[in-house]
Design a protein around this ligand. Structure first.
Ligand SMILES: [Zn+2]
Length: 384
């Protein structure tokens, strides 16, 4: 099997692991790669059996160690204009092209390339490789892998998430919770709206309630955090409702999201929405339609990487990269799931997020080399 990071990356990019597809071929290949190094990897399947996480540990499992985490899925290439086959690695002018090179198979390739050295080193503390599925569609795979790590031995001290950060240390990002609200009113002829319950107008009242909450949060100095913008945001993204101009809309659905700066605030927003629905919106609607309903469901819920300074992962990351400052990022990641269970967690990975999700996605060869240097240093740290 190949063991240079570029050869491994070529194999990983060759598996079309767009989130709507199975990732099992990639997982099987990685499991075989670990087996060849004498490491037994665990495969954790989802309930459909078509997707899986992989967890492999090198070093003593009864000690607290370090997690290296990355996702195996990539975003689609549909409708994008690529100069070369997105699932075939192409190296041009120091840049390595292919879907997922930056986000984030480049990192996985480096981590796997470091395996032979880590196996050969007599590690005093273990390193856990956590490869997840379905990150791009709401971090659906990672909770099971975190749970398994916590069962397996003592809680790891730190987690490094290899999302593209140009090998800088990222110590915070907002959470991301996606919701959908379905409203049922009562349809009738638009000439007699007093006989119906207009679900679109009810949706509008709900959204105005969200706007009021947004204004209050934005104006509260206590909610400021080192993000842009510095407060939790609430946004409505889609709306569908009604059937014709001359019918009072009987149904309306809309999708919205909350980007939280801290744990707890999402629940406060939900609680106020629920109070508004139960005390104000529904009683009014049910005067004419006892069956009127307002239901909100959560599509995905990714916790924030709560901004912290000076934790063990940040200190070690700064030492290994030689970069003394940390930053926050506008995108979400799996990091909050590791932080939630008490691991010091930062993001540090090769490549630039600006190249992610785009046609001709690439990663600079120098970024991959820097990541190998980082992992080399990490190995020496764990052996000490
Ligand atoms: Zn990613």
């Amino acid at each position: 099997m190949p063991n240079s990071h570029l050869d491994i990356l070529e194999r990983l990019v060759g598996f079309d692991t767009v989130s709507r597809n199975s990732n099992l071929q990639l997982i099987d290949w990685v499991k075989a790669y670990f087996a060849e190094q004498g490491v037994e990897a665990e495969v954790l399947y989802d309930e459909t059996g078509t997707k899986a996480n992989l967890l492999a540990t090198i070093g003593p499992v009864d000690r607290a160690g370090i997690v290296l985490s990355g996702h195996t899925d990539v975003v689609p290439v549909d409708g994008q204009d690529w100069s070369s086959d997105p699932f075939k690695l192409s190296v041009r002018d120091g840049k390595v092209y292919g879907r997922g090179t930056t986000d984030m198979k480049g990192y996985l390739a480096c981590a796997l390339a470091a395996v032979p050295d880590l196996v050969a080193a007599d590690l005093a503390r273990p390193v856990h490789f956590a490869l997840s599925y379905d990150e791009e569609v709401g971090c659906l795979g990672v909770p099971a892998i975190v749970e398994r790590i916590m069962q397996k031995g003592p809680r790891p001290e730190m987690a490094f998430i290899g999302e593209p950060s140009l090998m800088s240390i990222v110590n915070g990002h907002k959470g991301s919770c996606g919701l959908r609200t379905d409203i049922t009113g009562l349809a009738c002829h638009s000439a007699q709206p007093h006989l119906g319950v207009n679900a679109i107008l009810a949706a509008s009242e709900f959204m105005q309630m969200l706007s009021r909450q947004q204004a209050r949060i934005a104006a509260d100095p206590a909610e400021a955090a080192p993000f842009d913008p510095p407060y939790t945001t609430i946004s409505v993204g889609t709306i569908r409702g009604g059937m014709s101009r001359n019918t009072v809309a009987g149904t309306c659905s809309f999708e919205w999201d909350i980007r939280a700066t801290r744990p707890g605030i999402k629940e406060e927003i939900w609680a106020e929405a629920e109070r508004f629905v139960q005390e104000e919106l529904l009683p009014e609607m049910r005067k004419r339609q006892p069956e009127a309903a307002v239901k909100t469901v959560i599509a995905y819920d990714v916790p924030p990487l709560v901004h912290t300074e000076g934790n063990a992962a940040e200190r070690l990351g700064q030492k290994l990269t030689g970069k003394s400052d940390s930053m926050t990022v506008p995108y979400g990641s799996e990091a909050g799931f590791f932080q939630e269970v008490g691991m010091a967690t930062v993001i540090c990975g090769p490549g630039n997020i600006d190249q992610a999700h785009k046609p001709d996605e690439y990663i600079a060869e120098s970024e991959l080399a820097d990541c190998m240097t980082f992992l080399d240093g990490l190995g020496r740290q764990l052996a000490a």
